[in-house]
Design a protein around this ligand. Structure first.
Ligand code: ZN
Length: 157
């Protein structure tokens, strides 16, 4: 799913519609096999930046759920295990969350999502995602095994 729009601007000097700002929106879909998972999505975001044609702007990447997160950090398997253990320590699975009075069982998934946050905003410079040497973008799933989405919104010129 993708769409490409030009936001047109009326230019009084020339009496024409000049295209100043471009926007591009894409959705990534996930259905993880595991309950918790960490998925590297830098290539998909880079591809969306290319598709957008934006040279200078911002890429906004956001989980569309309250039991998932998008974060930037190292693409290193040991660290990913460390992050998972750290989140489980801070927001462990428990039976007795008040949220479970609703019949749900994912109180810890909501709390883990808050710890890593739902979105990141990244710079685009000269048509490329302008990340630091070790910065990579991840989708973190805390209540998987069902359909989930991430939105990529690119704005710029
Ligand atoms: Zn819930």
């Amino acid at each position: 799913m993708a769409n490409l729009n030009d936001v047109r601007h009326y230019c009084q000097a020339h009496g024409c519609y000049a295209s100043l700002v471009k926007s591009h929106t894409e959705y990534l879909k996930f259905h993880t096999k595991k309950h918790r998972d960490y998925i590297h999505i830098t290539p998909q975001v880079e591809a969306a930046v290319k598709k957008s044609g934006v040279e200078e702007g911002l890429a906004f990447v956001s989980a569309m759920h309250i039991t998932a997160a998008v974060y930037v950090n190292d693409h290193e398997s040991g660290l990913i295990q460390d992050i998972d253990e750290w989140l489980e320590k801070l927001a462990p699975f428990r039976e007795d969350y008040r949220h479970h009075r609703t019949g749900e069982d994912n109180g810890d998934s909501h709390l883990k999502s808050l710890l890593l946050h739902q979105s990141v905003t990244l710079p685009i410079t000269k048509g490329e995602l302008d990340l630091g040497t070790w910065q990579r973008i991840f989708y973190a799933e805390f209540d998987g095994q069902r359909e989930k989405r991430v939105i990529i919104k690119i704005i710029g010129a």
